[in-house]
Design a protein around this ligand. Structure first.
Ligand code: AHR
Length: 506
């Protein structure tokens, strides 16, 4: 059976904010140290200690923003410990992640240099949980103030004359948990207070993001929206924060202690994972519905600043380092998320996968012994979807009932798709989540003709397949010839467990 769909390629739609392709780097495990940062004395090619091969690979993804320094770490991070001569920086204990010593060698200047190398905007998470209003306010001054002031002078003493531009500013992280165990009401007051003293210097304009809900905690979002307006529904007046975040991880397994292996899983576990991933649609729609009530014009942004798979750590690794392999299953989790992001382009202004290197659903894994770098299947999804950034989101309307299967109490639709238009080109992304059955899709392209198409496929023999330093291209994109365009219809054959992108000139 062929699945039929329609895309009106000439219709308007919301812009897919490029920041939904954002990233996250925390002082956790080997994300910063051994991942991004190897130190200036390393044998690996580096600039100021930042690993060049990692930067080069990530530049190909057009990373729009990088969130740092946490995560839970953000709420115990004191930025002054991470500036000035490195050998004079104090050592602290990273109590959240493995109890290891943190020497603060990667601090504000190193992070801003990394962002410049990546061509990414910084997204800094300030410390609300254990910091002070003054500390956060001074960090903003240190980073962004041009004139003569105590913090601008300190920055110059530390070698940076010109201020940096910083737009995205997080007011704490997971305030309901590791960020202070606060109630929503208490945190909302804190966010307003901290946000008030994060000033705009010169023409730098902060976009302040309040720490949002855990998954489906819509009451948290409602409290933050109420606090923005003080006046109730439909009266947004305050600018203490401009956006709310939410965190939603794809976690399965009977208990938190048994989330399941990243590489050893059966087909039932695979479908359970995909159903959990697809649930991000319900989560985003739920928070957006609450926000619509208080802010019908959509001026307050929704930011999913932590998402991705969370499995048991790889055997033999530090449980506090959250190191996991990345299989074709992870790639399909990512492709489904992006379809949802594209559909919610109206309210969703940013999303950040957790995390970029060596932690959770990473783009890049580095071997601690050989230092070899591996691109994961998830990396390739980001690469294949790159041109959706800042494109016009187009609806994909299915005319045929989509195949689905029962997963517990839920129904998992096994075909997922999204499309966009940019610079005279159409980009269609299609995922077949079925573990064993192929699918054929015929898309009626209305309102414009597509001429030549380029198609790319990401699949592998097994869902469990993954890349290692010894076999780095087991799961890698390849040119795909299972696509035709004739008479205004785009026909795509989707092998089982595959992700395909089709790009064509309009
Ligand atoms: O990404 C790992 C952790 O998950 C983050 O530090 C925290 O915010 C979340 O609970």
């Amino acid at each position: 059976m062929t699945i039929e769909a329609v895309i009106n390629v000439d219709l308007g739609g919301p812009r897919i904010n490029r920041h939904v392709y954002g990233h996250f780097a925390e002082h956790l495990g080997r994300c910063i140290y051994g991942g991004f940062y190897v130190g200036e004395d390393s044998d690996l090619p580096n600039v100021g200690g930042i690993r060049l091969d990692v930067v080069e690979a990530l530049r190909d993804l057009n990373i729009p923003n990088l969130r740092w320094p946490g995560g839970c770490f953000a709420d115990e991070y004191h930025w002054r410990d991470g500036v000035g001569p490195r050998d004079g920086r104090p050592v602290m204990v990273n109590t959240h992640w493995g109890g290891v010593e943190e020497n603060n060698h990667f601090g504000t200047h190193e992070f801003m240099a990394l962002c410049e190398m990546l061509g990414a905007e910084p997204y800094i998470s300030g410390n609300v949980g254990s910091g002070t209003v003054r500390e956060m306010s001074e960090w903003v001054e240190y980073l962004t103030r041009a004139g003569d002031s105590p913090m601008a002078r300190l920055r110059r003493e530390n070698g940076r004359d010109e201020p940096w531009r910083v737009r995205f500013w997080g007011l704490g992280n997971e305030a309901w948990g590791c960020g202070g165990n606060m109630s929503a009401e208490h945190y909302a007051h804190q966010a307003r207070q901290y946000g008030t003293y994060c000033r705009d210097y010169g023409d730098n304009r902060l976009y302040k993001i309040a720490a949002g809900a855990n998954g489906t905690d819509y009451a948290w979002t409602e409290t933050l929206m109420k606090q923005l307006g003080h006046l109730g529904c439909r009266h947004i007046s305050s600018t203490a924060y401009h956006a709310l975040s939410v965190h939603y991880y794809t976690v399965t397994g009977p208990t938190w202690e048994e989330k399941g292996s990243a590489t050893v899983f059966d087909t039932g576990e695979y479908y359970t994972t995909m159903a959990a991933a697809a649930r991000v649609e319900e989560v985003l729609a739920g928070h957006a519905a609450v926000m619509d009530c208080y802010d019908p014009t959509g001026s307050v942004g929704l930011v999913l600043d932590e998402w991705g798979t969370w499995f048991d750590v790889a055997r033999g690794t530090n449980p506090g380092f959250l190191y996991q392999q990345n299989t074709l299953r992870d790639a399909l989790v990512a492709s489904v998320h992006f379809d949802v992001f594209h559909r919610h382009a109206g309210r969703l202004v940013m999303a950040n996968i957790a995390q970029t290197v060596n932690v959770l659903q990473a783009m890049i894994l580095t071997d601690p012994d050989s230092q070899a770098m591996v691109l994961t299947p998830t990396y390739h999804v980001f690469r294949m979807n790159r041109d959706h950034q800042d494109a016009t989101s187009l609806r994909v309307d299915f005319r045929t009932a989509l195949p689905s299967r029962a997963v517990g109490d839920a129904a998992l639709t096994t075909i997922s798709a999204s499309a966009s238009r940019k610079d005279g080109r159409l980009l269609v992304s299609l995922s077949n989540l079925d573990a064993s059955a192929p699918a054929d899709v015929a898309i009626d392209l209305r309102g414009g003709a597509v001429t030549a198409t380029d198609a790319t496929i990401l699949t592998a023999g097994l869902l469990q397949d993954h890349n290692t330093p010894q076999s780095p291209s087991v799961v890698a994109p390849r040119p795909y010839d299972g696509v035709t365009v004739a008479g205004g219809t785009l026909r795509v054959h989707l092998p089982a467990h595959s992700f395909v992108t089709v790009s064509g000139a309009l």
